[in-house]
Design a protein around this ligand. Structure first.
Ligand SMILES: NC(=O)c1ccc[n+]([C@@H]2O[C@H](COP(=O)([O-])OP(=O)(O)OC[C@H]3O[C@@H](n4cnc5c(N)ncnc54)[C@H](OP(=O)(O)O)[C@@H]3O)[C@@H](O)[C@H]2O)c1
Length: 295
């Protein structure tokens, strides 16, 4: 199978490169190789490589910055995604496109299903929702995989930011009223590869939107407690800083974040036999690597 990965230098892109079995033929394109906002370059690359599957891991992910750069967020998250989906359709490829829990408004109190109505509350979520629609309109063989609270050995995310702060502080304020599902990027990569192989070998695939996240749903505060405990147990931290629970209103950010964005994984389990992974297990297995990469 020939697979084109865009956004190859991101958390999920790098996790995919590491995980994809060697018998597949891979073109891993970071932004310098393929800028997805450049329509002609996208069509030229797809026509030349002729992938069976395109995995779009490229995105504008700076949630707060997006509030002041809506055109850039839209150019990447909507139009860039559309270019890839159009090129996929024109060249007989399927596309796996990543999206986010931030398409929801956060007013639910049970995990969001694929049938729930999205109502994004910030520019990033709005641009990602527009991207979902553009991909589905352009390519009938498209899977949208919504995920949430991603952490990995790469890039900047909640886990490594918290570990860095914990090295220098004895107490830390922590938001206690935001709920979501942490997800290890390596688990997302494994899910994407399984879906890609299934699609490639099975013409009866149900294309459409799927949710995939870790398990269980948790608060920002409990996630932080688990990270610090695991780091302490593995000798990364010599002390566990005290966490002072605060409400989101205590920390105004440029972008509003949904208070509840847990995702329901029932549909992907039924269609692709993919179960949500226990994020605490992934965290405890990988926290040493995550820490080494920030030192
Ligand atoms: N991170 C999360 O917590 C989270 C949660 C839910 C959903 N998601 C979704 O998961 C996907 C991957 O996220 P991630 O965490 O892996 O993000 P990431 O680490 O920020 O990676 C995104 C990659 O996209 C690249 N990129 C940006 N603009 C581009 C363009 N015009 N052309 C080509 N590449 C471009 C970036 O390149 P540079 O390295 O050059 O900037 C970066 O390497 C996204 O669709 C995101 O919306 C993420």
């Amino acid at each position: 199978m020939k697979i084109l990965i865009t956004g190859a230098n991101g958390q999920i892109g790098r996790s995919l490169i590491r995980t994809i079995p060697k018998h597949h033929i891979l073109l891993a394109a970071d932004r310098t190789v393929l800028d997805i906002t450049r329509r002609t370059a996208v069509f030229r690359t797809v026509a030349a490589f002729r992938p069976d599957i395109i995995i779009n891991a490229a995105a504008y992910t700076a949630v707060d910055q997006a509030e002041s750069e809506p055109e850039t967020a839209t150019a990447v998250n909507e139009y860039g995604a559309m270019h890839l989906a159009q090129a996929a359709a024109e060249n007989g490829a399927a596309i796996l496109h990543l999206s986010t829990d931030y398409v929801f408004d956060g007013k639910a109190n049970t995990p969001y299903r694929e049938t729930d109505i999205p109502r994004p509350q910030n520019v990033y979520g709005t641009s990602k929702l527009a991207g979902e629609a553009a991909v589905q309109a352009a390519c009938p063989r498209s899977i949208i995989l919504r995920t949430s609270w991603v952490f990995s050995e790469y890039g900047n995310h909640f886990v490594n930011k918290l570990l860095q702060s914990a090295l220098h502080h004895n107490t830390l304020d922590m938001v206690a009223d935001q709920y979501g599902t942490p997800t290890y990027a390596g688990d997302i990569a494994a899910a994407l590869i399984h879906i890609a192989e299934t699609i490639h070998n099975d013409s009866t695939t149900d294309y459409g939107i799927y949710h995939f996240s870790g398990s269980p749903c948790t608060s920002r505060l409990s996630f932080a407690q688990a990270i610090l405990k695991s780091a302490y147990q593995q000798g990364i931290l010599t002390h566990i800083p005290a966490l002072n629970p605060v409400s989101s209103t205590h920390y105004p950010t440029a972008a509003y974040r949904p208070l509840y964005s847990c995702l329901d994984n029932t549909k992907i389990q039924a269609a692709f036999n993919i179960s949500p992974r226990d994020w605490k297990k992934s965290l405890s297995l990988k926290i040493n690597r995550i820490f080494k990469n920030i030192k």
